[in-house]
Every structure is written in structure tokens, then in C-alpha cells.
Design a protein around this ligand. Structure first.
Ligand code: C2E
Ligand code: MG
Ligand code: MG
Ligand code: MG
Length: 275
């Protein structure tokens, strides 16, 4: 009996494994189809000057208009897109659309940040391709900022630095995303040609708990350091007036978050500006 039970368990385990493999393969197939059928769309979240609230730019965030499941967010598909390598083609489509949309509908003095997956930075021609895309869409390079995470730096910091240098020479800025969540943030700051860094929303979230918290100390330190290095700071994930006020009081200049606006198609922001 024990043996029979054991075999059955083994069979069950196998089935779950097979199920997962099938799910991943099905998702990959769907992602390929989504590319072919143009189901990806950039949503834009405003980046504001905390002093006065003026919208100075947007972060372009991918959404998948899934024919059955509605609007999907990165959490639903990004991992499989990255593991399968499909993220490269998906990102290029996103870059193309976001540049086109910003060029067509964004105010001329606004910039846009795009999320650049680590895989891109392994290609020696990433910067050339991005610059060619800017020429094709007409978006001035100075209006584009490439967001990278520390994860992208891990496998070859020297190559990433060289790529970001070439982008900067062409006028495209770079931002370090999710700052403070990685291992060695500080060591990158002075060696990379960064125009901005984005304070991770985990720190911003903690600011609700009052002035005497570790997060307040960390945020103040990040602001002091970036000021000394001449790097602009964007606080991510601002949801409450208390967080907004605390950041403003500490002299943080730029921020984004649900308090100021949810990510939406760019047409939404046009409508709210003229309203
Ligand atoms: P991220 O680059 O750190 O982007 C910020 C995330 O925080 C976005 O999630 C945004 O919708 C969310 N967010 C903004 N304000 C708030 C707030 O006040 N509260 C909270 N709780 N969240 C807020 P989203 O759009 O789901 O994107 C998740 C991640 O997926 C992004 O994190 C980015 O790393 C990645 N991603 C997004 N778009 C792309 C893309 O086109 N290509 C690639 N490769 N990655 C992307
Ligand atoms: Mg980002
Ligand atoms: Mg990111
Ligand atoms: Mg982030």
C-alpha cells in the first residue's frame, strides 16, 4: 500500500511539473501572438515637480491588452517574457510606441523614462539601435531617459557603463531605478553617468510613520549624496499627503505616485490638461 501511495504521489508531482511547463509554454505562445497582434500599450504615469505640482515628465509602463483577460500588468507576464528572451522584442515595440505617443501628444518640454530590461545591455549595439529609433520617431534624445536597475549592472558593470556613456554623448539620460533595494548602490553612483536616481517606493511608503524613522534618515542621506554628485532624484510610489509633504520638506524635487496620477494612456493626460 505504501508503495502504491508513493507511486501515486510521484505521479501527482509529475503532473504539477508538466502543468507548469505547459502554462509557461502557453504563455510564451500568447506573448508571441500579442506581439504579432500589437496588444502591448504604453501607459504613462506623470512625474511631477513636488514644489508646485507641475508635470515635467512621464514614466512609460507596459500594459498588455489581453483579448480575454483585460488589461494585464507586468507582474502577470514580465518574468516569463524575460526568461524566454521575448522581452527584447516586446521592449523594442514599447520603446517605439512610447516615443511615438510622447512625440505626438506630450508637451514639448516633458521628458519620458523607459524601463530597460537587463538583457538589452548585453548587446553592444543597444545604444545605436535606440538612437536610430529616436531619429525615426523624431523624439529629441534629450527627452528620453533610460531606467536601469542594479541587476543590469551585475553581470558586466563595465559594459553597462560604456553603453550609458555612449547614450549620454548622444543626449539620452540614464536613471538608476529602485534605488536602495540592491546590494551596492553607493559604489555605482559615482562611476556611472547617471542623470537621475529613483528612490524605491518601499522607502517612500515608510515616510508615513513620521520623521523619526530609519527611512527618513535613508531618504535624507540619498538626497544629500545625490545633491553632492549632481544627480536628480525622483521619489517613487507617493500615495499620501504625508509622504508628499515629508519629501518636499526634505528638498526632494521630483516624484511620482498614485497621489498625483495612476498610469494611463497618454490621451488621458491630454484630456486632464485641457479640462
Ligand atoms: P518600476 O519601474 O519600479 O515602475 C514603478 C511601478 O510602481 C509601476 O508598476 C507603477 O504602476 C507602480 N506605481 C506607481 N505609483 C505607485 C504608487 O503610488 N503605489 C504603488 N504601490 N505602486 C505605484 P507596474 O506598471 O506594474 O510595473 C512594474 C515593473 O515592471 C516596473 O517597476 C518595471 O520594472 C517593469 N516594467 C514596466 N514597464 C516595463 C517595460 O516596458 N519594459 C520592461 N522591461 N519592464 C517594464
Ligand atoms: Mg521604472
Ligand atoms: Mg524598473
Ligand atoms: Mg522603480
Amino acid at each position: 500500500r505504501a508503495k502504491a501511495l508513493g507511486r501515486k504521489r510521484y505521479a501527482l508531482f509529475d503532473e504539477t511539473l508538466a502543468r507548469n511547463v505547459i502554462d509557461v509554454l502557453a504563455m510564451e505562445g500568447e506573448l508571441r501572438q500579442a506581439l504579432a497582434q500589437d496588444q502591448f500599450e504604453p501607459y504613462f504615469q506623470p512625474i511631477c515637480h513636488l514644489d508646485g505640482g507641475k508635470v515635467v515628465g512621464y514614466e512609460a509602463l507596459i500594459r498588455w491588452n489581453h483579448p480575454q483577460r483585460g488589461v494585464l500588468r507586468p507582474a502577470d507576464f514580465l518574468k516569463i517574457a524575460e526568461d524566454s528572451g521575448l522581452i527584447e522584442a516586446i521592449d523594442w515595440r514599447m520603446f517605439e510606441l512610447s516615443c511615438t505617443h510622447l512625440m505626438r501628444d506630450g508637451a514639448a518640454d516633458t521628458f519620458m523614462t523607459i524601463n530597460v530590461s537587463a538583457l538589452h545591455l548585453r548587446h553592444a549595439d543597444f545604444d545605436e539601435r535606440l538612437i536610430a529609433l529616436l531619429e525615426r520617431t523624431g523624439l529629441p534624445p534629450a527627452r528620453l531617459i533610460a531606467e536601469v536597475t542594479e541587476g543590469a549592472l551585475l553581470d558586466n558593470p563595465e559594459r553597462v557603463r560604456a553603453t550609458l556613456e555612449r547614450l549620454r554623448a548622444a543626449g539620452v539620460g540614464a536613471a538608476l531605478d529602485d534605488f536602495g533595494t540592491g546590494y551596492s548602490s553607493l559604489s555605482y553612483l559615482h562611476s556611472l553617468p547617471l542623470r537621475m536616481l529613483k528612490i524605491d517606493r518601499a522607502f517612500v511608503h515608510e515616510l508615513d510613520k513620521g520623521a523619526n524613522t530609519n527611512s527618513t534618515t535613508v531618504v535624507a542621506a540619498i538626497l544629500a549624496l545625490s545633491r553632492a554628485l549632481g544627480i536628480e532624484v525622483i521619489a517613487e510610489g507617493i500615495e499620501t499627503d504625508v509622504q508628499y509633504g515629508a519629501l518636499q520638506a526634505m528638498g526632494c524635487e521630483l516624484g511620482q505616485g498614485y497621489l498625483m496620477g495612476y498610469p494611463s494612456p497618454i490621451a488621458h493626460w491630454l484630456a486632464s490638461e485641457s479640462a
